[in-house]
Design a protein around this ligand. Structure first.
Ligand code: ATP
Ligand code: MN
Length: 479
């Protein structure tokens, strides 16, 4: 058996009592031919491994270079040096893998996030990405825990679908037809009858429609999987491949939906604060450093951890779209014409600058906007009695913008069919979806939380490319 080791995170919590241990990891630095800072990815804190002078061959010591991997056996003793309570006095050192320090792209110095994106295969070995991805893991675990504890069924909705019924964005086509020489119909269009599935298919943009099928049997379900949007938006909060959590609940109205979403977001934040304290503290420090580069008025008023505590401890601001338009219209920001897109009035779609102003400048907390004009929302949202709005809700978070999009769904078959007709959505293709409204329809609701945006919020990372292992964005699919 090879893997008889103690993880460094655990070891660092021990009282040093000359325990005999085996540790394995990668060298961060090797100082004075005597002090190895060893990291195994369980924490940003390195273990100090001490090689007593004269005990090891010069030829071995030479191979202890930054990023070489080691297996060390030794004794845990109190540390004489500052900065750590304990260290391991090495009795044997085995080099598992050499590393040419000259060629290793990650030098022990500060690298820009942009540079690290180019070496995304190695960036997990930095403190920043170590912290971000341990927190990402924790949040993913917390997602399952939250819903499992509430009796939701985790449902795996398909990745390949035949509908972009949501109309959420551009889709990626899935095909086995030859690109150069695709079979054509008489009118020159591609003949997808010849394709693998006998029809045109694409990568899913959302699992919601299938999720509704689950909710109308299990009551409460959630999905948590990858979604794909070929939207050509090169922003710091859009990816072409991102992970989404989509709960869908029978017997829920819009308010129940908003309550669950708010509880869920707070739960995730609290989970990270309880389980990833050290990593959050590291990232808080990192963010504070980053913000020093910004002009005073662009800096956050709260540090990362204070911000998270504030969000957990305060109610989200709830208001309707109509009220939001009023607030925006009357704002001095609008009157001084400081929005790039002026507030033209009721019916307009809110731009991200409007959302950010509401959240960051006006309410200074997360905001739940509800009851949007039907014309700017999807066909399945429940039509309100005013004949103009639908029971939609978006949650907007400081620094991120939209983090959740959801709605109560239209459960009345006649209303739904009428709306689909208006929006030219082919009812024949969605016969299975409409069946839920034919056979025991119920009021129900759900939402989608963009997982990466949530990770951004918790970690304080400003670019979404830095919270997913291998980002997929326009013109970029390396690794
Ligand atoms: P946006 O206006 O920011 O593009 P959207 O209205 O397209 O968002 P929805 O279709 O409601 O978003 O998707 C639900 C959630 O998925 C959003 O609230 C957001 O958190 C996340 N999301 C949407 N598009 C992306 C994307 N391209 N990359 C990462 N997350 C996304
Ligand atoms: Mn979008």
């Amino acid at each position: 058996m090879f893997n008889k080791r103690v993880k460094i995170k655990e070891l660092l919590s021990w009282e040093p009592k000359e325990q005999e241990v085996t540790v394995m990891g990668w060298v961060r630095t090797f100082r004075n031919n005597q002090f190895i800072a060893l990291n195994d990815g369980s924490t940003n804190n390195n273990l100090q491994v001490v090689t007593e002078l004269g005990k090891f061959d010069e030829s071995l010591l030479k191979r202890i270079t930054t990023s070489a991997s080691l297996k060390v056996r030794g004794i845990v003793i109190p540390s004489l040096g500052k900065g750590q309570k304990l260290e391991v006095k090495a009795t044997t050192i085995e080099i598992l893998g050499d590393s040419d320090a000259e060629k290793y792209p990650l030098q022990p110095k500060k690298h820009s996030l942009e540079f690290l994106r180019e070496i995304a295969h190695l960036r997990f070995r930095t403190n920043t990405f170590g912290s971000v991805f341990r927190i990402r893991h924790s949040l993913a675990f917390a997602v399952h825990k939250f819903f499992n504890d509430k009796g939701f069924v985790y449902m795996h909705t398909p990745i390949i679908t035949a509908s972009d019924a949501e109309g959420a964005g551009e889709t990626f086509r899935v095909t086995t037809l030859p690109v150069e020489n695709a079979p054509k119909n008489e009118d020159g269009s591609v003949n997808y009858k010849e394709d693998f599935f006998g029809r045109a298919t694409n990568l899913t943009v959302s699992g919601q429609l299938e999720g509704e099928l689950g909710a109308t049997a299990f009551g409460d379900i959630y999905t948590f999987g990858p979604t794909f949007r070929a939207e050509n938006s090169n922003t710091a909060r859009h990816l072409a491949e991102f992970w989404m959590i989509e709960p869908e609940m029978a017997f829920y109205d819009l308010e129940d939906n908003a309550n669950l979403a708010e509880e869920f977001i707070k739960y995730l934040i609290q989970y990270a604060m309880d389980n990833n304290r050290e990593d959050l503290e590291f990232l808080a420090q990192r963010l504070a450093e980053e913000e020093k580069q910004l002009p005073q008025d662009k800096r956050s008023e709260l540090g990362l951890i204070e911000k998270l505590e504030f969000v957990v401890n305060n109610d989200f601001q709830r208001l309707t779209y109509t009220e939001a338009i009023e607030v925006l219209k009357e704002s001095s920001h609008n009157k001084k014409k400081k929005f790039q897109y002026p507030i033209t009035g009721w019916g307009m779609d809110l731009q991200s600058e409007h959302e950010r102003w509401l959240v960051e400048k006006h309410f200074k907390k997360p905001v739940i906007l509800s009851n949007y004009p039907a014309a700017i929302k999807a066909f399945y949202m429940r039509q309100n009695e005013d004949g103009k709005t639908v029971a939609a809700m978006d949650i907007l978070a400081p620094g991120i913008g939209e983090i959740v999009g959801g709605s109560q769904r239209e459960e009345r078959l006649d209303r739904l069919e009428a709306r689909m007709k208006e929006m030219n959505i082919p009812a024949e293709e969605l016969w299975w979806y409409l069946d839920t409204r034919r056979f025991g329809t119920v009021p129900h609701a759900g939402f989608g939380l963009g997982f990466e945006r949530m990770v951004q919020f918790v970690t304080g990372m400003t670019n979404i490319r830095d919270v997913i292992a291998f980002p997929r964005t326009p013109k970029s699919a390396e690794f």
